[in-house]
Write a protein that binds this ligand. Structure first.
Ligand code: NAP
Ligand code: GDD
Length: 322
């Protein structure tokens, strides 16, 4: 039975990846940081099938211990301070976790078992003020937030450890992917949850920032398969994963409100508080390398994604008010 460690297993992607690997017959070890409250909501349903171990990307020895104790074939580094606005408020913490945390984990692998295959969760945020459209593996980076800058570091240190120490270390440059398990502060979930609360009469408006920003939004469940495929490759190589379609935040609102028979224009209020000091205006992937070489293709389209998120939040919010 192959064994995998997932850092960030309590996050959106960690939960889908854990399900995916369990279905493939893996033994799944989830690394979690200590906190005073339990944050296992997203993995509650599979908690008996996985092993939870404590570790923190701030703490080198905890990472060495985890790799030494479990000696996994594969490590998926999904842990990060992943919310872009927070990276302006906490730039040093973001750098510690999202950038240097990657080096700490790579060091643990290099020292304990360099045969371990390593996946780094890189991001389309690295393209930032994009210098070409669509963005592919060779597009130069121009990050626009401390988070984006930290991810560029994480990306290059992964490439560097591959080239310096011959590790099987790869970086997946993933465009935005969403789901009913997305954190409530990210715009798609904020919209689907807001739509449900408005439809059920709990609130009468939804306050958002820049409605013109465009993203390449896919479904998280599809993207975890791409992560796994990258670690099954014959040679270590980096890939872009995305849908190749771009939509604005405004369009996301239109489709989400329309799904419950409402006009977004009557409810969405633009609020300066949600604007960013520097914006990423347009992201759209060219996922052709992943399609050709890995056979990876997203299955859920934009309309389906919006509908499944709104439906899920309608159910959730109605249970909460009952
Ligand atoms: P997420 O829901 O925010 O999950 C982040 C995870 O990291 C959580 O499990 C969190 O634990 C953990 N974590 C944070 N700080 C940690 C630390 N110091 N030590 C150990 N664990 C720590 O993020 P996601 O959406 O699943 O994304 C997964 C990864 O992909 C992230 O690296 C993100 O930056 C990257 N990414 C995401 C997208 C996307 O669209 N979702 C696109 C490209 C790249 P707690 O539960 O304790 O907070
Ligand atoms: N969060 C948020 N809240 N974003 C808003 C709002 C709002 O009220 N109003 C407009 N937006 C716009 C943001 O300005 C941004 O342009 C866009 O919606 C998407 O914001 P987020 O959903 O917060 O995601 P992100 O694109 O900044 O970052 C996500 O995707 C990256 C991949 O490109 C995160 O998951 C990152 O961790 C990930 O790397």
């Amino acid at each position: 039975m192959p064994r995998a460690i997932i850092t960030g297993i309590t996050g959106q992607d960690g939960s889908y990846l854990a399900e995916f690997l369990l279905n493939k017959g893996y033994e799944v070890i989830g690394m979690v940081r200590r906190s005073s409250t339990i944050t296992f909501e997203r993995v509650h349903h599979i908690q008996d099938a996985i092993t939870i171990v404590q570790g923190d990307l701030h703490d080198q020895s905890s990472l060495v211990d985890v790799i030494e104790q479990y000696r996994p074939e594969e490590v998926y580094n999904l842990a990060a301070q992943s919310f872009v606005p927070t990276s302006w408020n906490q730039p040093v913490l973001t750098g510690e976790v999202t950038a240097l945390g990657v080096t700490r984990l790579l060091e643990a692998i290099r020292l304990v078992n360099p045969e371990t295959r390593f996946y780094q969760a890189s991001s389309s945020e690295m393209f930032g003020k994009a210098v070409e459209v669509p963005q592919r593996e060779t597009t130069p980076f121009y990050p626009r937030s401390p988070y984006g800058v930290a991810k560029v570091y994480g990306h290059w240190i992964t490439v560097n450890y591959r080239e310096s120490y011959d590790l099987f270390a790869v970086s997946g440059i993933l465009f935005n992917h969403e789901s009913p398990r997305r954190g409530l502060e990210f715009v798609t979930r904020k919209i689907s949850h807001g739509v449900a609360r408005i439809k059920l009469g709990l609130v009468d408006s939804l306050r958002l920032g820049n409605l013109e920003a465009r993203r390449d939004w896919g479904y998280a469940g599809d993207y975890v398969e791409g992560m796994w495929l990258m670690l099954q490759n014959a040679t270590p190589k980096d890939y872009v994963l995305g849908t190749g379609e771009t939509h604005s935040v405004r369009e996301f609102c239109e489709v989400a409100f329309r799904h419950v028979g409402l006009d977004y224009d009557k409810y969405v209020v633009q609020d300066q508080r949600y604007y960013r000091p520097a914006e990423v205006d347009l992201l759209v992937a060219d996922p052709s390398r992943a399609q050709t070489e890995l056979g990876w293709k997203p299955k859920v389209n934009f309309q389906e994604l919006v509908s499944l998120m709104v439906e899920s939040d309608l159910k959730l919010v109605s249970q909460e008010v009952r």
